[in-house]
Design a protein around this ligand. Structure first.
Ligand code: PLP
Length: 294
């Protein structure tokens, strides 16, 4: 059986200092039942999560992931996570990871129905082998996300910038992409604005300029995209947030879907328009992403 690890956390409030966090962690058997039947995460997808890449025991970009966890918690009216406690939990779990690539998941659920506290846990598993997908190029179809570009401001209850556990729509989009003979999807608004993939951010290159959609557009602010933009700027490239309309997709010189575990997957086509896969740039982006990053 492949390696897995799980830790249940007893959440500590943000204003509680000096707690021995190790005493609030309980290692559990990852293959045994551990959640109550009344869990709102399983009943309603009511909770938030993060997926953190781990390379040779080093958890990548923990700070930005924890900041996004706190942001998602605020959007969902969940109690603010104590980030010192979560950071300690990530360190404990990362120290157990075998060499190579793993994935750590942080989950904060609203808890048990009528229960007093949220439920929280951290898991780790060996990451799937993404070597091929980082090289060969994805065929990507654009899919209507069903809202217009004004929705994030007009309807905050849609939780569009939160990484909630309600990923059924995202998984359905990937199945639809496969039905259409593609590998992955790219969500777009009803008025033709590019958003993100179901599990990734999109980065487009026009000449020497790298662009990605604004995080306020109802998408997640990707930790991988942020890290890559900092790296590209260090190398002297122009990297910027922009509103991107679908008609520009086919004009890109290159494009990638980027995320914490798959890293930078080059795009070989958006719908029926082929794109050149820039093998050298892709290899150097992934070499950067595989180095220890904080
Ligand atoms: N957008 C969505 C909807 C995602 O699910 C993810 C990652 O899972 C991303 C973007 C990329 O985020 P990150 O780079 O932090 O993994």
């Amino acid at each position: 059986m492949t390696w897995r690890y799980a830790l249940i956390i007893d959440p500590v409030a943000t204003d509680v200092r000096g707690t021995d966090h190790a005493a609030t962690f309980r290692v559990v058997d990852p293959s045994a039942p551990a959640l109550s039947i009344g869990e709102l995460s399983t009943q309603r997808g009511d909770g938030i999560f993060e997926s953190i890449g781990v390379v040779d025991g080093h958890a990548q970009e923990v700070g930005p992931h924890l900041e996004r966890l706190a942001h998602s918690a605020a959007l969902c009216d969940l109690p603010a996570p104590n980030l010192d406690q979560w950071r300690d939990a990530v360190a404990v779990v990362a120290s157990q990871c075998p060499p190579g690539e793993c994935v750590i998941k942080l989950i904060l659920s609203r808890g048990i129905e009528h229960g007093p506290t949220p439920t929280a846990w951290v898991t780790a598993a060996v990451a799937p082998d993404n070597t091929a997908v980082r090289e060969r190029g994805l065929r990507v179809v654009t899919l209507d996300r069903g809202f217009d570009s004004g929705a994030p401001v007009r309807a905050p209850w849609l939780l569009l910038g939160a990484k909630t556990l309600s990923y059924a729509v995202n998984m359905a989009a990937i199945r639809e992409a496969r039905r259409r003979g593609a590998d992955d999807a790219l969500f777009v608004t009803t008025d033709g604005v590019v958003l993100e993939g179901p599990t990734s951010s999109v980065i487009l290159r026009f000449g020497d300029r790298y662009i990605t959609p604004e995080p306020g557009a109802g998408i997640l602010h990707g930790t991988t995209q942020m890290s890559l933009f900092a790296h590209l700027r260090d190398l002297g490239h122009d990297a910027a947030y922009e509103t991107v309309h679908t008609d520009r997709l086919g004009e890109a010189d290159a494009a990638w879907l980027v995320s914490s575990v798959r890293l930078a997957a080059p795009v070989a086509a958006f719908d029926d328009v082929s794109l050149a896969v820039d093998a050298d740039v892709t290899a150097s982006l992934n070499a950067y992403l595989l180095r220890p990053r904080d």
